[in-house]
Design a protein around this ligand. Structure first.
Ligand code: SF4
Length: 222
């Protein structure tokens, strides 16, 4: 029996992407394999919890659309997810996975229990990472066995050529995929023009480009 390293479990609204505003219970997994400069979910605390403990915390809540498996990077704890997710599915829960879109081999192990995948593409110019586009490509090919959308965070340093490369990768795999451009800060003046420009640019490659800020930051909720 594995134990999960869990930072928090709480009910709130989904603040990002096309499922913006739906009610979810969030299970936040501790730890990440990346170190994005704009990260706002670095955690210093976790509790080791059994599958039963996580379930009982989640089932304290009622009336929600789905359970968000989030982080950090939840796929780092794939062995624990392989025990937890089948139990949620047995109880007819909808599973929404939020991931940085890199650990495709771990995704393969749990995808049969996942319903919706919110997948990041990390641009080196935005998040200070190495180029992860090959891993993202493999990840997307696997993720598309389920409902999936892509999210890219746009910062003042986002590089146009990198973004075009990501648009091209998405078009080569699933042209109709929902592709979200998420401004790093909803009120940042420097991003307003760029986000409009990038949105127009994206539509040359993909019909489903959407600009969606993080609503939980605007509303001041978790
Ligand atoms: S992948 Fe997400 S959780 Fe990990 S460092 Fe980047 S923003 Fe933070």
């Amino acid at each position: 029996m594995y134990k999960g390293r869990i930072s928090e479990i709480f009910k709130s609204i989904q603040g990002e992407g096309p499922y913006l505003g739906i009610s979810q219970v969030f299970v936040r997994f501790y730890g990440c394999n990346l170190d994005c400069t704009y990260c706002d979910t670095r955690q210093i605390y976790f509790k080791e919890m059994s599958v039963e403990e996580v379930k009982s915390n989640v089932y304290n809540y009622q009336d929600y659309h789905s359970i968000s498996i989030t982080g950090g990077e939840p796929l780092l704890q794939v062995d624990f997810l392989m025990e937890l997710l089948p139990q949620f599915k047995q109880d007819k829960k909808l599973i929404y996975l939020e991931t940085n879109g890199v650990l495709y081999q771990n995704l393969k192990k749990i995808i049969s229990w996942v319903d919706i995948i919110a997948m990041d593409f990390k641009l080196p110019s935005s998040c200070g990472s190495q180029n992860l586009f090959i891993q993202h490509r493999y990840f997307l090919e696997e993720a598309l066995k389920r409902e999936t959308f892509i999210k890219v965070v746009i910062t003042p340093s986002t590089n146009e050529e990198e973004l075009v490369e990501v648009f091209s990768i998405a078009r080569s795999i699933r042209p109709e995929i929902i592709f979200v451009l998420q401004p790093q800060h909803p009120y940042e003046e420097a991003l307003k023009e760029r986000i409009g420009y990038f949105s127009d640019l994206g539509r040359i490659y993909l019909p489903n480009i959407r600009v969606i800020p993080q609503m939980h930051k605007i509303l001041g909720v978790r």
